[in-house]
Design a protein around this ligand. Structure first.
Ligand code: FEO
Ligand code: CA
Ligand code: CA
Ligand code: CA
Length: 662
C-alpha cells in the first residue's frame, strides 16, 4: 500500500515494518539448510515442522506435566461473538466501565475537555492521547490493595485526523503536514508521554480520585535525567545539554513494566518518527539508518530545532530508551536508563531472579529485530525501597539466539568482549548501548518477527515472547523460531531458562501457538481444537500473567479486512491438555487496538486500554472510508454528536463481584 492508503496507525505499523536489519547473521533458514536439502527447505513448513517435532526438551517436560494435570481450561467465562462494530463487548456477566478518556482532567485545575477549542495548556493538564501501557500500583496505605492505587498510563502517539476538526491525515506524501501549525504541534507534544492517576473502588465501581496529590502528566517537554553508561557521552550532547545528562521528554512510549519497588518503566518505541530531515551525509549516517532516523512521521522539526537532525545532530541518540519514573513522588525526575540499551522498546516486564538479581525482558519491535534481557548487577532489597532506585544503572544487557534444536543462548552486550571492540567502531559501553542493534547484529542474534511484550511467569519461570507478525519474511528466511514465511498473524514463543534461573546464559524454547484462523489450513495456526470460532486471534501484542499464573494476550492490527474481527483481550491456556486454547474475553470498538491488560492483585478487576478507536474506517465495510474528527467510524465511548472517538481506560469487573474468569 502507498502511504496515502494507510491510516495513521497503519502507517505506524508500517514504520515498524521496514526491516532495517541489514546484518548478514545467518538466518535459522540457513542453519536448517545445512541439515536439510534445498528441496526440503523449499517445502518450508515441512522442514521446520520436522525440526520442531524432534527437538524440544520443553515439549517433553510439558507433556509430562500435562498428564499430571487436569484437562480443564484455567478460565471460566462465556465468550462474546467475534466481529466488528462501533462498540466494545465483554464476556457475559461482566461490566466494562469507562474510567478515564482522552481530555479528561488529570491535574488539579485542568479544564474540562472541549475538543473544538483544544489548547496545549489545557492538554498539559488533561489525560493524553493513545493510552497504551497500564500499570496498577497499590498505594502503600491502602486498606484494600486491590481497591485503591495508582494507575500509570503511557500516551504513545497522536492521530491528528481524529484529534483536530477539519484536518485530514497529515503524514501522506501529498499533504506533508501542511495543516500542522505550531499550535497543533504543541497540543500533540502535550498529548504524548504519560499520566499518573489515583484510582479507587467505591461501591464496586472504580473512580479517578480528583485533585490527587499523586496526579501527574509527563509530556514531550518533561525534564528527564540520562543515567547509566551513555550519560555524559559525546554522542549524547546537544546545544541544550552540553553535559549529555538532561533531556526533555519521552517519545512514543508503548508498553512498559512495574518494578517490585513500585516504579514505572515506560518504553520509548518508534522514536525515529519524530525526527525531521535526512540521514544522508549526517556524521552518524549508518547508525541513524539502523534505527530508521529520521522517520519524518511528525513535523515537530519544522517548529522545534531539536527535532531537526540538521540543526541538532545528536538529539535522536537521547531517545529510544527505557524511562524509570517514581509515581509515588510527583516531583521526581524521570530517568532514562541507558544500561538497558537503545532500540524500539516495546515493554519491560520483569522478574526478581531467585538469587535476588532483577531481570527485565525486552522486545525490539521491528521486523527482523531482537529479543533482549537485562540482568542487574545488584540485588533487589525488599526491605529498602531507596536501595533499589538506581539498580537499573548497572548490569548486563543480553540478546537472544534461538537455535534450531530447541535450545538457545543469551549473548552479553559488553564492550571489549567478542566483536564489541574498537575494531568494530565501539569505543566504550556508551557506544554499545547507543548502538545496541548493531552490537546485537555482530553477536549473531536471531532475527525475529517483531518482538512485542516478553513476560515471565513467576510460578513456572516460563517466559512468553509475543511476536506480532512479519509479512516481509521470505520462504528462504524462515527459521525454527520464526517458522512462517509472510507471517501475517504472528506467534508466541515459550522459553524456559536453564534451571529456572533468569540470569542463566542458556534456555530451551518452543512455540506455544502460531496465530490466525485455525479453520484455514494454509494459515497454519496451531490453536487447540477446543478454541471456538470466536476465540482465535492474530497480531498478538501485549500480554499479562495474572496472579494465578494465567496468560492473557491483547492484539493490535485485527480488523474486518484482516481477520473478520476487531482487536481484543484473549485468555490463553498454557498448561495441561487445554494448552493452546484461546477464548475472547473483551472486544474493542472498530479501529482500536487493545493495550494494557492489567489485573488487580486479587483478580477482581482487569484494567484495559482502548487505543485509537475509529482508526481503521477504511478496513470496515460498514464505514469504508478514512475516519476523521468530523466523520469518525465510531464515536466511542461517548456516542455524542460532535464528540470524536476518545482513547480510554476501561475497568472490567464481574457483576456481583468475584474473581475474573474464575
Ligand atoms: Fe507500539 Fe510494538 O507496539
Ligand atoms: Ca500502539
Ligand atoms: Ca504494542
Ligand atoms: Ca503493535
Amino acid at each position: 500500500m502507498t502511504d496515502a492508503e494507510l491510516t495513521r496507525s497503519q502507517a505506524y505499523e508500517e514504520s515498524e515494518n521496514l526491516g532495517r536489519n541489514t546484518s548478514d547473521n545467518p538466518s535459522m533458514g540457513e542453519i536448517i539448510a545445512r541439515r536439510f536439502s534445498r528441496r526440503d527447505l523449499m517445502r518450508g513448513a515441512l522442514a521446520v515442522t520436522a525440526i520442531s517435532a524432534t527437538v524440544s526438551p520443553l515439549a517433553l517436560a510439558t507433556a509430562e506435566k500435562a498428564r499430571a494435570e487436569t484437562d480443564a481450561s484455567a478460565f471460566r467465562f462465556k465468550e462474546p461473538a467475534a466481529g466488528v462494530d462501533e462498540r466494545h463487548h465483554v464476556a457475559e456477566g461482566y461490566d466494562a466501565d469507562i474510567l478515564i478518556r482522552w481530555g479528561d482532567p488529570v491535574l488539579p485545575g485542568a479544564p474540562a475537555f472541549d475538543p473544538k477549542s483544544q489548547s496545549a495548556e489545557a492538554q498539559a493538564g488533561q489525560f493524553g492521547y493513545n493510552n497504551d501501557f497500564l500499570g496498577y500500583i497499590p498505594l502503600p496505605d491502602a486498606a484494600d490493595p486491590s481497591a485503591h492505587g495508582l494507575l500509570v498510563v503511557n500516551h504513545e502517539y497522536t492521530n491528528e485526523e481524529l484529534m483536530f476538526p477539519g484536518i485530514p491525515p497529515q503524514h501522506t506524501k501529498d499533504v506533508r503536514f501542511k495543516d500542522m501549525t505550531k499550535a497543533l504541534v504543541d497540543i500533540e507534544m502535550m498529548a504524548h508521554g504519560g499520566s499518573v492517576i489515583e484510582v479507587r473502588k467505591v461501591d464496586g465501581k472504580w473512580q479517578v480520585v480528583p485533585d490527587s496529590k499523586y496526579a501527574r502528566r509527563i509530556t514531550a517537554e518533561t525534564e528527564m535525567e540520562i543515567t547509566g553508561p551513555a550519560a555524559g557521552a559525546e554522542r549524547m550532547k546537544t546545544s541544550y545539554d552540553a553535559e549529555g545528562r538532561r533531556v526533555r521528554g519521552m517519545l512514543n512510549n508503548c508498553a512498559g513494566g512495574i518494578t517490585p519497588w513500585g516504579t514505572w518503566l515506560t518504553c520509548e518505541e518508534n522514536f525515529n518518527g519524530y525526527f525531521w530531515g535526512k540521514a544522508d551525509g549526517h556524521p552518524e549516517e549508518a547508525a541513524l539508518k539502523r534505527y530508521g532516523v529520521p522517520g519524518n512521521s511528525y513535523n515537530w522539526g519544522q517548529h522545534y530545532d531539536r527535532f531537526d537532525l540538521a540543526k541538532e545532530p545528536n538529539e535522536s541518540n537521547r531517545f529510544g530508551w527505557v524511562v524509570e519514573i517514581d509515581p509515588l513522588d510527583p516531583t521526581s525526575v524521570p530517568k532514562k536508563r541507558t544500561a538497558m540499551g537503545r532500540f524500539k522498546h516495546e515493554g519491560a516486564a520483569n522478574i526478581v531472579n531467585k538469587d535476588g538479581r532483577f531481570v527485565v525482558y525486552q522486545g525490539d519491535d521491528e521486523r527482523f529485530d531482537y529479543v533482549y534481557k537485562f540482568v542487574t548487577e545488584g540485588r533487589v532489597d525488599p526491605a529498602d525501597r531507596a536501595a533499589n532506585m538506581d539498580l537499573l544503572d548497572r548490569g548486563t544487557l543480553h540478546v537472544a539466539r534461538y537455535d534450531a534444536d530447541g535450545t538457545g543462548e543469551w549473548l552479553p552486550l559488553v564492550f571489549g568482549e567478542g566483536p564489541l571492540t574498537a575494531a568494530n567502531g565501539f569505543a566504550s559501553q556508551a557506544d554499545v548501548v547507543i548502538e545496541a542493534r548493531r552490537a546485537a547484529d555482530l553477536l549473531g542474534a536471531t532475527k525475529m518477527d517483531r518482538p512485542e511484550d516478553v513476560e515471565a511467569n513467576p510460578q513456572t519461570d516460563k517466559v512468553y515472547v509475543i511476536l506480532t507478525n512479519n509479512t516481509s519474511r521470505k520462504t528462504e528466511q524462515v527459521d525454527a523460531a520464526n517458522p512462517r514465511a509472510n507471517n501475517e498473524f504472528g506467534h508466541i514463543i515459550e522459553m524456559l531458562p536453564e534451571g529456572g534461573d533468569h540470569a542463566a546464559r542458556k534456555f530451551t524454547w518452543e512455540i506455544l501457538v502460531k496465530c490466525g484462523d485455525p479453520s484455514i489450513a494454509d494459515v497454519g495456526a496451531t490453536f487447540s481444537s477446543a478454541t471456538s470460532k470466536d476465540g482465535w486471534f492474530g497480531m498478538p501484542d501485549n500480554c499479562a500473567i495474572d496472579s494465578e499464573g494465567r496468560l492473557w494476550v491483547s492484539t493490535d492490527g485485527m480488523s474486518e479486512k484482516s481477520t473478520g474481527r476487531a482487536d481484543g483481550l484473549f485468555a490463553v491456556d498454557t498448561e495441561g491438555a487445554a494448552r493452546g486454547t484461546s477464548k475472547l474475553f473483551f472486544r474493542c470498538p472498530a479501529g482500536a487496538e487493545l493495550c494494557g491488560p492489567m489485573p488487580t492483585p486479587d483478580l477482581t478487576t482487569f484494567f484495559v486500554a482502548v487505543q485509537h478507536p475509529g482508526d481503521d474506517g477504511k478496513d470496515w465495510s460498514a464505514f469504508g472510508r478514512i475516519s476523521t474528527f468530523d466523520d469518525p467510524a465510531t464515536r466511542w465511548p461517548d456516542f455524542e454528536d460532535g464528540m470524536p472517538p476518545r482513547p480510554s481506560i476501561v475497568a472490567i469487573t464481574k457483576q456481583g463481584g468475584g474473581k475474573i474468569a474464575g
